[in-house]
Design a protein around this ligand. Structure first.
Ligand code: PGA
Length: 253
């Protein structure tokens, strides 16, 4: 399975710096074995997609509305993202779940809209620190997956990102053992579900404080098929170093 290294720029990037970052990533993408993706803010998707045309770096959105169009002021639909040049869309990120009250059911509807528009959804799940300390991390994530993934998600090539909320932007990460255990549990759930053999092919990304210094150790864990990178994706050299670590990891499964 080819690893996917996805950069989530979040609410960062005016036009000049965003384009410079995208070009710097593309300039270093040559020898990278992993698939590379950058997810700029919505205002930059079209310009970044244009700048990256003909390079191996794909472009994605950070959210989409569940409807194709309509009276939804300020929202962006999946067909609009595709029209702007996006191929992926991050959905259900914990910042959206927390700041915009997104529910599993909404995330599921958005994932269906993304698939209908020909986009690959990257659906994020992850427990809070209190939930992990209470020993509830795996059931919490299992419930999020059950509620957030449409039935044909695996068959249609969807991507899952496991992002423990307490690891995002904090510099803290779960142990490698905990990451491997959670990814194994997610894999088991995907293959048990209607996904069947397709569930075995779903890429499961790890996200939360992935840096050049910890990327190789995280990416070499079983069932870790790539990374969703926030802060470190804003520095091209760091993002490329993470991508190189994915390529250098031993063959997975
Ligand atoms: P981080 O963010 O790498 O800055 O922890 C990851 C994410 O939120 O996707």
């Amino acid at each position: 399975m080819r690893p996917l290294i996805a950069g989530n720029w979040k609410m960062h990037g005016l036009r000049a710096e965003g384009l410079a970052l995208a070009r710097a990533v593309a300039a270093g993408a040559g020898g990278v074995a992993a698939e590379l993706l950058v997810c700029p803010p919505a205002t930059l998707i079209a310009a970044v997609a244009e700048a990256l045309a003909g390079t191996p770096v794909a472009v994605g959105g950070q959210d989409c509305h569940e409807r194709e169009k309509g009276p939804h002021t300020g929202d962006v639909s999946a067909p609009m993202l595709a029209d702007a040049g996006a191929r992926y869309v991050i959905l259900g990120h914990s910042e959206r779940r927390a700041e915009h009250g997104e529910t599993d059911a909404q995330v599921r509807a958005k994932a269906m809209a993304a698939l209908a528009a020909g986009l690959t959804p990257i659906v994020c799940v992850g427990e809070s620190e209190a939930q992990r300390l209470a020993g509830e991390a795996e059931p919490v994530v299992a419930r999020q997956l059950a509620g957030s993934l449409p039935e044909d998600f695996a068959v249609q090539g969807g991507v899952v990102a496991y992002e423990p909320v307490w690891a995002i932007g904090t510099g803290r990460t779960p142990t490698e053992t905990d990451i491997a255990a959670m990814h194994g549990a997610i894999r088991a759930q995907l293959t048990r579900g209607t996904g069947g053999p397709a569930g075995a092919r779903v890429r499961i990304l790890y996200g939360g404080s992935v840096k050049p210094g910890n990327a190789a150790a995280i990416l070499s864990q079983p069932d870790v098929d790539g990374a969703l990178v926030g802060g470190a994706s804003l520095v091209a050299a760091d993002f490329l170093a993470i991508a190189a670590a994915a390529g250098a990891s031993p063959a997975r499964r």
